[in-house]
Design a protein around this ligand. Structure first.
Ligand code: HQG
Length: 182
């Protein structure tokens, strides 16, 4: 069915554009962009046939707007979520809202109280402007816990924040003193 197929393609694109482009022999540039024609050709060669129309449709209807085309439509990248150290999204630092939210699982809370939020395998800690999103993110790993981050206070002390093209907020790490636990 249609929705399932889209989700499968979205997962494939997340793998290729965030973590492991080399699984299909694709190269990303320093800002995470892949050539669309090359992506289609290499995806097909490695068992995931994709038309340009289908790719456009997946990008346009993706629930989290995970992917974006360049203005000329010739390149595509993931808007956030990378683990590849070679990718720098070249986002401009921005002033965050007063508070941001981070959804995690209850079993991580003891460790987060001690170490703060760390990016783990990804390049950044991911934060959202709304609690609902944080609950969904936390649910991926277990019983969700929503942490409230004093983003404005961090920013005032020199921590940099970035807003990805899909509205997700990114920062390098969040020291525990800026986190309110429920
Ligand atoms: C936790 C999804 C112990 C952290 C989502 C999280 C997001 C710690 C996990 C995006 C810790 C890392 C990212 C510490 C952080 N001790 N645990 N000191 N610091 N953690 O998947 O934020 O659907 O790398 O709380 O919607 O869950 O893929 O990060 O639970 O936007 O597009 O370590 O991925 O988007 O997990 O998710 P992740 P995340 P997509």
């Amino acid at each position: 069915n249609h929705a399932r197929h889209h989700e499968r393609i979205s997962r494939f694109l997340s793998l290729i554009l965030r973590h492991a482009p080399d699984t299909i022999g694709l190269a990303l540039d320093g800002n995470g962009w892949a050539d669309v024609a090359e992506l289609l050709e290499k995806a097909a060669r490695h068992g995931t046939p994709l038309t340009l129309d289908l790719l456009r449709d997946v990008v346009a209807t993706n629930d989290k707007q995970r992917f974006a085309f360049s203005d000329d439509g010739l390149r595509i990248r993931a808007s956030q979520g990378h683990s590849l150290r070679s990718v720098d999204l070249a986002l401009q630092p921005q002033t965050p809202p007063d508070v941001l939210y981070h959804g995690t699982a209850s079993r991580f809370v003891t460790s987060i109280r001690q170490a703060g939020l760390r990016p783990g395998a990804r390049r950044h800690v991911h934060l959202s402007t709304d609690i609902d999103t944080a609950v969904k993110v936390g649910t991926r790993y277990g019983v969700p816990v929503v942490l409230t981050i004093q983003a404005a206070a961090m920013h005032a002390l020199g921590h940099l924040f970035y807003r990805a093209d899909n509205g997700v907020w990114l920062t390098d790490a969040v020291p525990a003193r800026f986190i309110a636990f429920p």
